[in-house]
Design a binder for this molecule. Structure first.
Ligand code: FES
Ligand code: FE2
Length: 359
């Protein structure tokens, strides 16, 4: 479906609910591969505590981080071989969550074990499936191949954000804010002034703008030494509910086929932590300067500065949303179309997921 610019001011978000909507039958980025080793660690995902550790051969185990005996986090315990032992009374669970032993008791005979979660480790990232196990199909992973691909180089990170993941996705779908929130890295005034093309295709929302003959933002100069005007391309694609890519390209004015463009993709994984907090994973995958550590540093520093500015704003916005719901706002811009469409799609996906739940 194509949305024309004419409908840009329709306040579709009037229909939106105010509660965070979680979708479970999805792959979420749970951690970068170097965040998990053999030592158990806890991470909350979709309001659920999860303990992660690696087996001796390296595979990642993910299980609910609550001992079924007295609900103590298993992440406080220790790995024994490929199993994990609770710190409190020593119950041992295997990687499938089955209780292997409980010292001094026969209670394990009655123990249903601990819930475990399907994991896919791909492209240097660990993805988790929080929904129905039978539906966990690796073919449904988000299209994040640029995290690791021949001819690319990636810098990446993760930051905590005390805001709902949907606000984080809204923010990425309306980059007109770059002009005001990020003037020292990627923002120039044209980003707020040049209209966007918004497209909706099933569970994907795309927002594209082409800025012709504009000044290069500061980060472009730092990363590729650009000192003249450019044609700047920017395409944001949200694979709902929570994976967003921003494709960036800059070429000399009037040379769309220039063979050495500035080109990168920023990948954002807005993994819900709790209803009002998000694991803000990001990566920048570029196709130039593949051996350059100074470019790594410039891009990582630029990304971190920009994302810190976003998070500071998002957390302040979240605090306001605890006093007034989003649909009570009274001002709309044409750039609200994409985030509002995205929320409608997520609401629909959530009701479809609910309908399919076994009764
Ligand atoms: S709380 Fe884990 S064994 Fe008792
Ligand atoms: Fe931003």
């Amino acid at each position: 479906m194509h949305i024309s610019r004419e409908c840009a001011f329709v306040p579709v978000s009037f229909f939106l609910g105010e509660k965070t909507v979680f979708l479970y039958d999805q792959w979420y980025l749970a951690a970068w591969d170097d965040e998990i080793d053999q030592q158990p660690v806890q991470r909350w995902l979709l309001d659920t505590p999860v303990v992660f550790y690696r087996k001796e051969a390296g595979q990642v185990v993910a299980m609910e981080d609550r001992c079924p005996h007295r609900l103590v986090p298993l992440s406080m315990g220790e790995r024994v071989g490929d199993n994990i032992r609770c710190v409190y009374h020593g119950a041992v669970f295997n990687p499938e969550g089955k209780c292997e032993s409980l010292p001094g008791s026969t209670a394990q005979a009655r123990c249903n074990g601990v819930r475990t979660f399907p994991i896919e480790e791909r492209w240097g990232a660990i993805f988790i499936w929080m929904g129905e196990r039978e539906k966990a199909d690796a073919g449904l992973l988000p299209p994040a191949q640029l995290l690791r691909r021949e001819g690319r180089r990636t810098v990446r990170g993760v930051l905590p954000c005390k805001a709902d993941y949907q606000l984080c996705v809204d923010n990425l779908l309306d980059l007109s804010h770059e002009a005001y929130l990020h003037p020292h890295t990627i923002g120039t005034l044209e980003v707020a002034e040049i209209p966007v093309e918004t497209k909706v295709d099933a569970n994907k929302v795309t927002v594209a703008r082409l800025m012709k003959n504009v000044e290069a933002p500061k980060l472009f100069a730092e990363a590729k030494g650009i000192d003249a005007n450019i044609d700047r391309y920017q395409t944001v694609t949200a694979y709902l509910p929570s994976f967003v890519t921003v494709d960036v390209k800059a070429t000399p004015v009037g040379e769309p086929d220039y063979d050495d463009p500035l080109e990168w993709q920023v990948l954002f994984f807005m993994t819900p932590e709790r209803g009002d907090s998000t694991h803000y994973f990001f990566a920048v995958s570029r196709g130039f300067g593949l051996d350059s550590e100074p470019i790594d540093e410039a891009l990582k520093a630029g990304a971190l500065k920009t994302i810190h500015e976003d998070i500071e704003m998002l957390e302040a916005q979240q605090a306001m949303l605890e006093t007034i719901p989003l649909q009570d706002r009274t001002l709309y811009t044409r750039y609200d179309v994409a985030p509002d469409r995205a929320r409608i799609i997520v609401d629909k996906m959530a009701s479809q997921e609910k309908e399919k739940e076994p009764t």
